[in-house]
Design a protein around this ligand. Structure first.
Ligand code: FAD
Ligand SMILES: C=Cc1c2[nH]c(c1C)Cc1[nH]c(c(CCC(=O)O)c1C)Cc1[nH]c(c(C)c1CCC(=O)O)Cc1[nH]c(c(C)c1C=C)C2
Length: 444
């Protein structure tokens, strides 16, 4: 029997769900209901008249893993191949990431040389902690905070500095609250399967489903891409999906159509039961000549552990991985200063009461102390992104299991997709849309 399916929300997750549903002859109609006047959700790009491109949400996608490979095949289907801006593993933006600790920038250890020597801010070689990790007995808990897991297996210094900062640089979240099982499933699974992260990584810990090796995927593997963006910014992806859907006779896209509630109250509470973090970004662009010699700009950006500054998460050096997004003419340096996250209210108060000047001042202060930048920007823009990244706190897996069991037991005609469930990255969210479509069609 053919189905009519309503998809709630036109973020990248909803668009992906519609895209996959629209390919099936089992579906007679797909109705996308989007609350705002545009699709794309947090994927949002400003394209300025001078040619500069600024990302407000995601700025790069990793092609690694099954979900990362799958999205490359989707780019081909959407005709976006010629738009891709790849950043290979050997690029400085892939090799160099920095930590701002005790008032100084330190390159995060990478490669063999980086892990066998003692490199500040760490007091011993990372390799030592990794080798000792094999001897640590297997944990028995069903879930653990990311910080507790890494402290137990790799030592408190790595947990306090590197992992604390990493959780801020991916989830804008607090490693002491985030769940290792849900935020870093490979670490959790490696310990469960092999008793050690190192052994799990070396010996493997899961079967990976095969992915069609399209010409683009083969190119990405040959050229060793670490991440990619699009020439007109990441927003070109939801735009291409939206265009494809709007050209499809069985798909209707409705804007300014907020869904207020679902008929079944249980389904309603399932769809609303989330924890998020707010954070704010300041994009700036500056004349390049003052900074080209500075070592700190030869990388992706720097992260700030919470012990150093609770409110300032990190700075992305956007013009290094993607110089194609600079304005035409003289070279410029584009930076994004990320603030707030789990510490938003503690540091800045209520998101609705923060003024733009407050944010710009805080960003200017960080650029001065961290990078020695004191001149005024050519252009800057501050934005508060309210409830933008879901926080997978301890026990997230159990809540998901309960929700899914309830949907199944009550035979609810509902499938969950999006960043609130099984991964926040663009690839994870697109993959969640595909899986939601497959569940509705009875394929899994
Ligand atoms: C600042 C930032 C930087 C990021 N950086 C990266 C990165 O570098 N790489 C990466 O891979 N990922 C990154 N991410 C993560 C990724 O962008 C998001 O996880 C992903 O875009 C979320 O997509 P979504 O569809 O699940 O949700 P959303 O983008 O939140 O979309 C939900 C949509 O539903 C609509 N909606 C909400 N309520 C209703 C309702 N009641 N009725 C109808 N419509 C409704 C909203 O208007 C919105 O359009 C970043 C995220 C942020 C915020
Ligand atoms: C400082 C805050 C943030 C920066 N980026 C994000 C925040 C909150 C959001 C974000 N960044 C990444 C993802 C996707 C995760 C994925 O699985 O692909 C999200 C939601 C990518 C990412 N950024 C950093 C890392 C280590 C990763 C994971 C993937 C990878 O290894 O590339 C580090 C990082 N993020 C920011 C900075 C300044 C920084 C490091 C210097 C900004």
């Amino acid at each position: 029997m053919q189905k009519t399916v309503a998809v709630l929300g036109g973020g990248i997750g909803g668009l992906s769900t519609c895209y996959h549903l629209s390919k099936s002859i089992q579906v007679s109609k797909v109705v996308l209901l989007e609350a705002s006047g545009r699709c794309g959700g947090w994927v949002s790009t400003t394209r300025r008249e001078d040619g500069a491109v600024f990302e407000h949400g995601p700025r790069g996608v990793r092609p690694a893993g099954t979900t990362g490979k799958y999205i490359l095949n989707m780019l081909t289907e959407l005709g976006l191949e010629s738009e891709i801006l790849p950043v290979p593993h050997h690029h400085v933006a892939s090799k160099n990431r920095f930590l701002y600790v005790k008032g100084q920038l330190h390159k995060m250890p990478s490669g063999l040389g980086g892990v066998v020597r003692t490199i500040p801010p760490f007091s011993s070689p990372i390799m030592l902690s990794v080798l000792k990790e094999v001897l640590v007995s297997k944990g028995t808990q069903e879930d653990e905070s990311v910080h507790a897991f890494v402290s137990r297996r790799l030592g408190s210094e790595l947990a306090d500095i590197a992992i604390d900062a990493l959780c801020r640089g991916v989830f804008a979240g607090d490693s002491r609250k985030l769940s290792v099982r849900s935020c870093f499933p490979p670490l959790y699974s490696a310990e469960k399967a092999r008793g050690s992260i190192l052994l799990g990584m070396l010996m493997g810990y899961e079967k990976r489903p095969p992915v069609v090796r399209s010409a683009l995927l083969q190119r990405a593997q040959k050229e060793r891409w670490a991440q990619w963006s699009l020439r007109r910014g990441m927003q070109a992806l939801p735009e291409a999906l939206e265009e494809t859907l709007r050209g499809h006779e069985r798909v209707e896209v409705h804007y300014n159509a907020p869904v207020r509630r679902l008929d079944n109250t249980a389904a309603d509470s399932l769809a609303r039961n989330h924890i998020y973090t707010s954070y704010l970004t300041v994009n700036t662009v500056r004349q390049d000549k003052l900074f080209v010699c500075s070592l700190c700009f030869q990388g992706f950006g720097h992260l700030v552990p919470s012990s150093e500054d609770r409110g300032l998460l990190g700075v992305v050096y956007d013009s290094v991985p993607f110089p194609e997004h600079n304005r035409a003419g003289e070279p410029t340096t584009r930076l994004t200063i990320m603030m707030g996250g789990s510490w938003f209210e503690e540091v800045f108060g209520q998101p609705d009461h923060v003024t733009e000047q407050e944010l710009l001042d805080r960003a200017a202060e960080a650029l001065k102390t961290h990078l020695g930048i004191t001149d005024a920007p050519l252009w800057s823009k501050a934005a508060v992104l309210k409830n933008c990244i879901p926080q997978y706190h301890l026990g997230h897996w159990k809540r998901l299991e309960t929700m899914r069991q309830y949907i199944s037991d009550a035979s609810l005609p509902l499938s969950l997709a999006g960043a609130s469930y099984d991964g926040v990255s663009i690839s994870d969210v697109i993959s969640s849309g595909r899986q939601a479509a497959e569940r509705l069609l009875g394929k899994v």
